[in-house]
Design a binder for this molecule. Structure first.
Ligand code: NAP
Length: 430
């Protein structure tokens, strides 16, 4: 007997999912046992790029999650509400859920997974991070033998596209963002992408799976790419780095206390690092674990087909698990975290920094800057005077790994020096 599913949302991803399900030839045989029963959309008059009978469509999404014939709800409407309520209603009705909605999962994951556990259903989320890259299943299953030390990723295609073009063309952030919006690579409101909110949602999900605890979104340090200038791209390149927006989650011990260091910020990456050569809208995630060492996953982080590939893989997994007929939840597919992780505050973690200062071009300035860093226990790797413009010169400093609090105190001190015009940029180094 086939397994009936209801799809909420037939936009970019929903259309890709329906197309795969309607054309199973040459794909996994389980696909032949999946039947779309209903599709929920907002507008019934919109012409759709998929061949489904008109009778399948409804704009009453609750009727789908309450339909006793449907076993799996595929939530692809996006946003927080009504997505959250529909997911919870589906779970309450004993239905399994497949979703690509990182925003809902990062904010309401605790509520959703608690309900799923209580009702003995699956909530599958492969498409919520990294589009078509199978990173969720890897963390849940294939890397299960490892003690994970760090998950580091380029997990937002829009910002990677903008930063890649800044590297290639030397253009300014605002100009490239405007052009990316015109070309459809960036949203009209780019806030979620360029200010790092989308990447924070995704690193929260990855951290929770990698380290086995729930994560509070507001404990993640988040900084977007608006302050990255073409000058910094230039100096970073000269110093042997690429600048990428990274989501980073790593195990860290601070003052003897074990916890996590989780952050999203533009980051200088050594040009030899595998993430440095990931350009355009491509996503990539590295996972470091014991005993495996480091593995790298990369691929299309968005788009109809790529994201649908991940969604349909989840549907296949649920259908296959249901067919096994034990009636029990497969532990490898479930999500049973109950405790919140200890997330260290960003200022207590150790980081390496790149700083660009505008200083008066006069003797002794470099020494003064170096002394102030030293006074606050910030060891330097290099300090170089770059271009002079009249009475001012650019000074580029690279620190060693230092406690962020000490670094910020040093910067506040240096800012007040008579010789310093401004602290132009502060960026972290991987
Ligand atoms: P989309 O193209 O905007 O499609 C959304 C669909 O949901 C549309 O069919 C829309 O109906 C329907 N919808 C939205 N709100 C509704 C409501 N209140 N009631 C009924 N129907 C509603 O979105 P998408 O790009 O496919 O994204 C879907 C999800 O996948 C999101 O969570 C997104 O974050 C995630 N995701 C997307 C991508 C990607 O490449 N696009 C990649 C990874 C993850 P109408 O068609 O009638 O307007």
């Amino acid at each position: 007997m086939s397994c009936k599913i209801g799809i909420l949302g037939l936009g970019t991803v929903g259309t890709g999912v329906a197309k795969i399900l309607l054309d199973p030839e040459g794909r996994h045989p389980v696909l032949r046992e999946i039947e779309i029963k209903s599709v929920g959309v907002r507008s019934l008059s919109t012409k759709r790029d998929v061949d489904l009978p008109a009778s399948y469509y409804t704009n009453n999404l609750e009727s789908i999650v309450n339909d006793p014939d449907i076993e799996i709800i595929v939530e692809l409407i996006g946003g927080l509400e009504p997505a959250r309520s529909l997911i919870l209603q589906a779970i309450a009705n004993g239905k399994h859920v497949v979703t690509a909605n990182k925003a809902v999962l990062a904010r309401y994951g605790a509520e959703i997974f608690t309900a799923a556990k209580a009702n003995g259903v699956y909530v599958m989320l492969e498409a919520s991070v990294g589009g078509g890259i199978p990173i969720i299943q890897a963390l849940k299953q294939a890397l299960g033998a490892n003690r994970i030390a760090a998950v580091t990723g380029i997990i937002n295609g829009t910002t990677n596209y903008i930063l890649s073009r800044m590297h290639q063309e030397g253009g300014a952030f605002e100009d490239i963002l405007a052009n990316a919006q015109a070309l459809g690579y960036a949203e009209a409101d780019p806030t979620a992408d360029v200010d790092g909110y989308d990447a924070a949602d995704k690193i929260a999900i990855l951290a929770s799976l990698a380290f086995g605890d729930r994560i509070k979104l507001d404990e993640i340090y988040r900084e977007g790419i608006r302050n990255v200038t073409s000058i910094d791209i230039h100096w970073a390149t000269e110093l042997g780095f690429a600048i990428k927006l990274l989501g980073i989650a790593r195990h860290a011990v601070v003052d003897g206390e074990s916890g996590l260091d989780i952050r999203v910020h533009p980051t200088l990456i050594p040009i030899t690092h595998p993430l440095a050569s990931i350009n355009g809208v491509t996503n990539a995630v590295t996972v470091a674990g014991d005993p495996i060492g480091e593995v790298v996953f990369s691929g299309p982080g968005a788009g109809s087909g790529a994201t649908a590939s991940a969604v349909v893989a989840d549907i296949i997994n649920v259908v296959a698990a249901l067919k096994s007929g034990t009636g029990k939840i497969n532990q490898l597919m479930g999500c049973s975290h109950q405790h919140y992780a200890k997330v260290h505050s960003v200022d207590s973690n150790k980081t390496q920094f790149y700083v660009r200062l505008i200083a008066r071009d006069r003797p002794g300035v470099i020494g003064e800057i170096g002394m102030r860093f030293g006074k606050h226990l910030v060891n330097l790797e290099s300090i170089i005077q770059k271009n002079s413009h009249g009475e001012f010169a650019e000074v580029v400093v690279v620190t060693k790994q230092v406690v962020e609090r000490n670094f910020q105190t040093a910067i506040a001190d240096i800012k007040n020096l008579d010789a310093i015009e401004s602290i132009a940029t502060v960026l972290r180094i991987l």
